[in-house]
Design a protein around this ligand. Structure first.
Ligand code: 2AM
Length: 172
């Protein structure tokens, strides 16, 4: 039916070995009673669109294609916790100027109007009523981002799965 919508968001996808390394680190060093985010869902959100019709999705794809894409690298090493959203996350160790600038451009170009300012992070645990205890080595992941991805937040019997709908490579 034409009224069918998909929950969409724009983000940066990790390569499978990077997701596996992060999941391995989380499993070994992050002690928390709540469930970890499914490792295949690890990503960095740049902008959230919410429920979109197919027409809105097609328009988004076209607009995103017109944005110039930079080379992006992030160094993750900061473990954080947001009590309001009950999320434990991993963030860049230092402010990431090129990533912030790119997110700002996208938000302007795509008229994304998130209530909160852009805060780059990878969610690790949801439903967390307390911060995570970290054991042993602090995380230290250097990610050279390879693609901008439009994701569909797809409900499944195993929970939500983030399915790439379109990808735009970033220059290396
Ligand atoms: P999160 O990583 O901080 O949980 C799919 O739901 C993605 O979109 C998640 O990464 C989530 O961010 C983000 N998201 C969900 N709802 C959002 C909202 N209302 N505003 C901004 N981002 C949202």
């Amino acid at each position: 039916h034409t009224k069918t919508t998909q929950r969409l968001f724009l983000g940066l996808d990790l390569l499978t070995p990077e997701k596996q390394a992060l999941a391995d680190w989380q499993y070994r060093h992050l002690n928390h009673p709540r469930h970890a985010v499914y490792w295949g869902n690890y990503h960095l959100t740049l902008g959230f669109f919410g429920a979109c019709t197919q027409q809105q999705r097609d328009a988004l794809v076209e607009r995103i294609s017109n944005v110039e894409r930079p080379t992006l690298t992030s160094q993750f090493g900061l473990l954080g916790y947001w009590p309001e959203s009950r999320t434990v996350y991993l963030a860049p160790s230092q402010p990431n100027a090129s990533l912030n600038a790119f997110a700002g451009q996208l938000r302007q170009h795509l008229a994304i109007n998130d209530e909160r300012p852009f805060a780059p992070h990878i969610s690790l645990i949801r439903g967390a009523k307390e911060p995570a205890q970290m054991m042993g080595n602090p995380a230290n992941f250097r990610i050279r981002w390879t693609a901008l991805t439009l994701f569909w937040s797809k409900p499944t019997e195993q929970g939500v799965r983030y399915q790439p709908l379109a990808r735009w490579p970033l220059p290396l």
